[in-house]
Design a protein around this ligand. Structure first.
Ligand SMILES: [Zn+2]
Ligand SMILES: [Zn+2]
Ligand SMILES: [Zn+2]
Length: 152
């Protein structure tokens, strides 16, 4: 979690997408909450802040920001898809860890699939008959706060 909101206008411009009120509102909201939220939770929270938002618009904007690496989408077993904000969108390819209990998100460095190298890719391709073009990966776990709660 961060203390101050980063300059999201700048991030949107760096990503080459338009700076709009709803995009800034979504990024600010999630930064303040410090955890992943579902599109429905985001829609409801924006409305309660007086931002005119419908589910479809929220989905569309989230989708675009996930594509551009500003936001992170994560599924945890048995729960709806949640999105968070990437704290280091310019850090290159990397993955995130999501708390399965509270939805808090943290950055991790590097990529185990890239580290696994050519042999791994070849093996996957040969076994599936597919040509590998990418992967969607995130780790799930229990954050420090939730682990403290568990011991108490
Ligand atoms: Zn990130
Ligand atoms: Zn947690
Ligand atoms: Zn990766």
């Amino acid at each position: 979690m961060q203390d101050a909101s980063p300059d999201y206008s700048l991030r949107l411009r760096h990503a080459g997408i338009k700076v709009t009120r709803i995009r800034l509102a979504i990024l600010d909201l999630i930064t303040q909450r410090g955890r992943h939220m579902t599109a429905d939770e985001i829609t409801a929270a924006l409305r309660s802040r007086g931002v005119a938002a419908d589910r479809v618009t929220v989905y569309r904007n989230i989708d675009r920001m996930v594509q551009e690496g500003l936001m992170v989408a994560a599924c945890t077993p048995g729960k709806a898809m949640r999105v968070g904000v990437c704290a280091q969108p310019s850090a290159g390819h990397h993955h995130h860890i999501v708390c399965e209990r509270c939805g808090r998100v943290a950055e991790t460095q590097g990529c185990p699939i890239q580290d696994a190298g050519e042999t791994f890719v070849r093996r996957v391709q040969e076994a599936s008959g597919f040509r590998l073009t990418g992967h969607i990966t995130h780790y799930i776990g229990l954050c420090q706060e939730c682990r403290r709660g568990e011991r108490a």
